[in-house]
Design a protein around this ligand. Structure first.
Ligand code: SF4
Length: 165
């Protein structure tokens, strides 16, 4: 199976259906205002302090000052999923590259940051989640749509619920 990118990993934590659609290259509307805002924030914030590098042409990571892996988010709305996504970056770097880093989540709009350390407990959680994600993504059909509070801002909203309006 294809590499499970950190983006898919995070999407799964919010909505397994969204992760399945992205993984199977059924892309959401790239011009969706929330995606556009996310890109803009990502490009402009903390430019001086960050250095982008590619790992295995699979992971694009941002090294922040003090050699921390950084991830910029437009809001802390999905903070738990964002923490796990960053922990997955750290997990990949440790197990595939032998590199041990700490991570930092940056929320420029809220002037907030949060540091993540890859503990043994977190590693176990990631391992179990990866098994679960693989199981879902290799199914022939996406998980059923289910209205959750994130649907309203999801770029797949039309795709999932367009016929109900
Ligand atoms: S609209 Fe809702 S159900 Fe559909 S992919 Fe997005 S979050 Fe999941």
């Amino acid at each position: 199976m294809k590499f499970i990118s950190p983006y898919i990993f995070q999407a799964y934590l919010t909505c397994p259906r969204e992760a399945w659609l992205e993984y199977h290259d059924i892309h959401s509307d790239q011009e969706h205002e929330f995606l556009a805002l996310g890109r803009l924030m990502h490009e402009d914030s903390y430019k001086r302090d960050r250095k982008e590098i590619f790992v295995d042409q699979l992971l694009k990571i941002d090294l922040f000052k003090d050699q921390m892996v950084a991830e910029v988010k437009k809001s802390s709305r999905h903070i738990n999923a964002a923490k796990m996504q960053l922990a997955y970056y750290l997990y990949y770097l440790k197990h595939n590259k032998g590199l041990k880093f700490k991570g930092v989540l940056l929320f420029p709009k809220e002037r907030k940051k949060e540091t993540i350390t890859l503990t043994q407990e977190l590693e176990e959680k990631i391992k179990n989640l990866l098994e679960e994600i693989k199981d879902t993504l290799t199914k022939d059909r996406p998980p059923k749509k289910k209205k959750i509070r994130f649907c309203k801002t999801c770029a797949f909203y039309e795709f999932c619920f367009g016929d109900e309006e």
